[in-house]
Design a protein around this ligand. Structure first.
Ligand code: XMP
Length: 514
């Protein structure tokens, strides 16, 4: 059965992935493509609807991103958002120019509730605006179905051709009824049935994996993170003991994490899979001894990881397939999908293919956003604790210990981090903060404990809110919570006499310390 699909054409806006995620929340499958994608390719995909994203340009300037008029004549519903809305007007004969008043932030929009976009939406609704240009004249055949105090055309429609132009950003949560509007477009105007659901995704993927693998042997590098865990469980459900998972404990995991992963995936766990745990702590510590430079540390950890994995793979013998936990944002960020050119320089522990002799890669989560991976995980019965685990970098605590890594510093940061996580959870903040952890600075300072002088390390607490991990803001944690964490760390973790809270955003900082 052909999957119903909506296409998001990316004009370089910062919310491109958000648009796609919101559409998927309406149970409609959708993919992001660059605005440079050829019209023939779009036709071949047979989309049920097309959404044009925002973007930083002015559509009337020479060389600005554009699209052929034919796009609006395919008979496929099109929704333009911000830049996409202006472009639609510009291409179809309206006028766009610099606005006398720039609108930015939450804005009251008065909408015509008889428009198919606004079924169930309030006549006056709060929306997120961010634009310098405005539509000063709508294209022929369109009518205005939304305005604000400063913007005469906040929404325009040509109902008979199913073309809609929205000046604000329904995909952003500040637009209070934005999801309803997107729902009205994809489910109402485009007529999508809403068949994109995680239970059927899991079921179909398992079937497809079975067919692909046949009687082949499959190898998976399991890190205990969400993506590789969900991928491993899916494979195990599909092909049982044809799968082997290798879990390398590099001694840079969070407190008790190695044992927790083993408890779930090992012989006593709920899954029947061949699970190999390699305790390589000493090996990593000795390679890291005396090394302070962050990039060097990252390289050593990455390379050693490969060596260990390779040795295990050799013991297993020739494998036919290697599993990778690639998810959709990785695909988009690596430039395959949208317009964005940002590529993470991070190495992922899943990214090992060139060291192992195998025929093909299996990427069962390639189409999913992180929240969908989590839903798929829950669907397959993976414990919530694991499914909602914090993102954790491949080099682990190695990049949370500034300077040389030693077993003792690992102990300090593990214990401090465990306390921090416990208190954040107690305060009910664990699902609201994007990412939080304790790190160990390389600074030692003088303190006094009891009547004794101390000369110990300073722990830094980090907590950030972020949409995409490319930019981030320090999270506001109540002062009492920070105080509790501070006093527990100082009292319970030997070797620490100071605790800092890191206020730095990204940029200029990064989320991790190194
Ligand atoms: P930074 O520190 O670059 O981190 O602001 C952004 C996000 O990426 C995670 N991170 C990594 N993930 N391998 C990974 O798989 C890595 O080498 C790596 N380094 C950073 C980090 O935890 C944050 O979520």
């Amino acid at each position: 059965m052909e999957k119903e699909k909506v296409i998001v054409l990316d004009f370089g806006g910062q919310y491109n992935q958000l648009v796609a995620r919101r559409v998927r929340e309406c149970n409609v499958y959708c993919e992001i493509y660059s605005y440079k994608t050829d019209i023939e390719q779009i036709k071949a995909m047979n989309p049920k609807g097309i959404i044009l994203t925002g973007g930083p340009n002015s559509c009337y300037e020479p060389g600005a991103p554009t699209y052929t008029k034919e796009l609006f004549e395919l008979g496929v519903p099109v929704l333009g958002l911000c830049y996409g809305a202006q472009l639609m007007m510009h291409v179809l004969g309206g006028r766009v120019e610099k606005a006398p008043v720039r609108e930015y932030g939450k804005t009251e929009v008065m909408v015509d509730t008889t428009s198919p976009l606004f079924g169930d939406v309030s006549a006056t609704t709060i929306c997120w605006m961010s634009h310098f240009d405005y539509i000063s004249k709508i294209a022929p055949g369109f009518s205005i179905v939304g305005h604000t105090a400063d913007c005469p055309v906040a929404v325009a429609e040509c109902r008979e051709k199913n073309l809609y132009a929205i000046q604000f950003h329904p995909e952003v949560l500040h637009t209070q009824e934005g999801t309803k509007m997107l729902y009205n477009f994809v489910r109402g105007v485009c007529g999508c049935a809403g068949t994109w659901k995680m239970d059927s995704f899991v079921e179909n993927s398992i079937k497809a994996i079975r067919e692909k693998v046949g009687k082949g042997k499959v190898l998976c590098a399991l890190s205990g993170g969400v993506d590789s865990s969900v991928a491993a469980v899916m494979l195990s459900k599909a092909i049982g003991d044809q799968l082997t998972c290798v879990f390398v404990d590099h001694g840079l995991l969070r407190k008790d994490e190695g044992d927790e992963v083993e408890e779930i995936f090992g012989p006593k766990g709920q899954y029947e899979l061949n699970f190999i745990r390699v305790n390589a702590q000493e090996r990593f510590y000795s390679k890291l001894a005396g090394v302070e430079e962050p990039e060097k540390k990252r390289k050593i950890i990455g390379e050693e990881f490969i060596r260990v994995f390779e040795e295990e793979a050799k013991k297993i013998g020739a494998v036919d397939f290697l599993v990778q936990g690639t998810i959709y944002p990785d695909v988009v960020e690596s430039g395959v999908g949208g317009e964005s050119v940002v590529i993470k320089s991070h190495h992922n522990v899943g990214g090992l293919p060139d060291c192992v002799d195998f025929k093909e890669i299996i990427e069962p989560l390639r189409d999913l956003f992180k929240d969908e991976v989590r839903k798929a995980g829950l669907e397959m019965g993976i414990p919530e604790k694991l499914v909602f685990r914090q993102p954790f970098p491949g080099p682990g605590l190695g990049v949370r210990i500034v300077g040389e890594v030693t077993a003792d510093k690992v102990r300090i940061v593990q214990d401090a981090d465990a306390i921090y996580r416990e208190e954040i959870a107690k305060a009910g903040l664990d699902r609201t903060i994007g990412q939080y952890f304790a790190a160990l600075t390389n600074m030692r300072s003088v303190g006094v404990m009891g009547d004794e002088r101390t000369y110990d390390y300073a722990v830094a607490l980090r907590a950030v809110n972020t949409i995409d991990f490319m930019t981030a803001e320090a999270a506001e944690i109540p002062f009492e919570v920070l105080q509790t964490v501070m006093s527990r760390i100082i009292n319970e973790v030997r070797g620490v006499n100071r605790v800092f809270y890191d206020l730095t955003s990204k940029p200029p900082g990064t989320i991790e310390m190194e």
